[in-house]
Design a protein. Structure first.
Length: 402
């Protein structure tokens, strides 16, 4: 029995041995391992800084990376908090994330306009907690993060949707008839859209968007150098909408221009199409109507981006530009254009054709081809953003309106 006790004692001493490799003789810690946490009163040390390796979205924090904490005994886990001030916990309070040193907090509901801070502490198995390590500030990735925005209609901004009496969609007096949909881009010039058709689009409370019934409900905005009366060689036109049962009849989501030049996004024969034309030589060549099409389904949410890029234009001998269409984060095709989008006085419309447009079978005249569905957002940038930027924007909008 005495021999057995001696063996156990020796084994415990070896297990708790703590070698100090500083050139001196090793120091042996004779404290049994099972007693380490019982007598531990020293907090872990969390050094370095928190770095971000991605951008925040409405639903999730940036991915964070940090250095592993050190502890005199044994580390347990890390805790994350997120607030609107340094060390704050208004959004997330002391979330246990285990012992990983790379992490993203998900299932959030962050705001575009707020600034956030993330703080972190390390906890050991005795319950001692390190001092807080706080991040730099961060904000949600928003449509405004992308450069050269000139127009933004957003149906979630109820205060910017007005009826004929000027009451907004937040008001108890709001009639549900939409006369004005205000631009919230805060760009140099405002491009508000107003009712131009005979009928009123309706604000749909359950769908949280503006409902067009396919029956003479058209909205337009005035000509402006940002949109149609200036020479354009780059554009990102992004529309967010939900289809109805009807997806075979030709329906215009957005269009500008007329029978000579313009761009449009429209629905026809179970497809959504991104179109471009400049049927006159303005010194850089004539470009007949071209489009990119993608199959769609009834009663489905879509984010469609028409990306026009002739940023490489120098003169008439330049290589062609491109028209690319993205639908729900996927590029659906690219076609060439030998022309830029030249200035025009053709009208601008959402929810229908506003005084002429052009399609695969030629020009169409007058008003008509009304949209049947729910319109959520329209964004316009005079910039052809990269694939990753377009995908990030579309992911944000899909999550926002799902």
């Amino acid at each position: 029995m005495n021999k057995l006790i001696l063996i156990i004692l020796v084994f415990s001493l070896v297990a708790c041995k703590n070698n100090v490799s500083d050139g001196e003789s090793s120091v042996v810690d004779t404290q049994p391992a099972t007693d380490c946490t019982l007598s531990d009163t020293q907090a872990p040390v969390l050094g370095g800084s928190i770095s971000f390796s991605s951008e925040a979205t409405i639903n999730k924090s940036p991915e964070i990376k940090f250095n592993k904490a050190t502890d005199n005994c044994e580390l347990s886990h890390y805790e994350i908090s997120i607030g609107t001030n340094v060390g704050g916990e208004q959004v997330v309070s002391k979330l246990n994330i285990g012992d990983e040193t790379t992490y993203t907090v998900e299932n959030l509901n962050l705001n575009y306009s707020d600034v956030y801070y993330l703080s972190l502490s390390a906890v050991d198995k005795a319950g001692n907690k390190s001092s807080l390590l706080s991040s730099s500030s961060f904000q949600v990735f928003t449509p405004k993060t992308l450069p050269n925005m000139v127009l933004w209609l957003d149906a979630s901004r109820l205060d910017q949707i007005l009826d004929s009496e000027g009451d907004d969609a937040n008001s108890a007096n709001f009639s549900s008839d939409v006369k004005t949909w205000n631009d919230v881009s805060e760009s140099t010039s405002e491009h508000h859209f107003v009712k131009e058709g005979q009928g009123f689009p309706q604000f749909d409370v359950s769908d949280r968007g503006i409902s067009f019934s396919g029956n003479q409900e058209l909205m337009g905005t005035v000509d402006h150098v940002d949109i149609n009366t200036g020479l354009i060689n780059q554009r990102n036109l992004t529309a967010v909408f939900k289809t109805s049962d009807e997806i075979n009849a030709r329906q215009v989501v957005y269009e500008e221009g007329g029978s000579v030049r313009g761009i449009n996004i429209y629905i026809e024969n179970g497809q959504v199409k991104c179109g471009f034309w400049n049927d006159r030589n303005d010194g850089d060549g004539q470009q007949g109507f071209v489009e990119v099409a993608s199959n769609i389904s009834s009663n489905t949410l879509y984010v469609v981006s028409l990306i026009f890029d002739y940023s490489n234009f120098v003169d008439a001998s330049s290589a062609p530009g491109t028209i690319e269409c993205y639908v729900n984060k996927a590029s659906t095709g690219v076609v060439d254009t030998t022309s830029r989008l030249h200035a025009h006085s053709g009208d601008i419309g959402i929810g229908g054709m506003n005084n002429d447009s052009y399609f695969s079978d030629g020009a169409a005249n007058g008003d008509g081809l009304y949209f049947d569905g729910i319109f959520y957002e329209l964004l316009m940038y005079n910039k052809a953003h990269t694939d990753s930027e377009v995908e990030k924007l579309q992911e944000l909008l899909l999550k926002k309106w799902k």
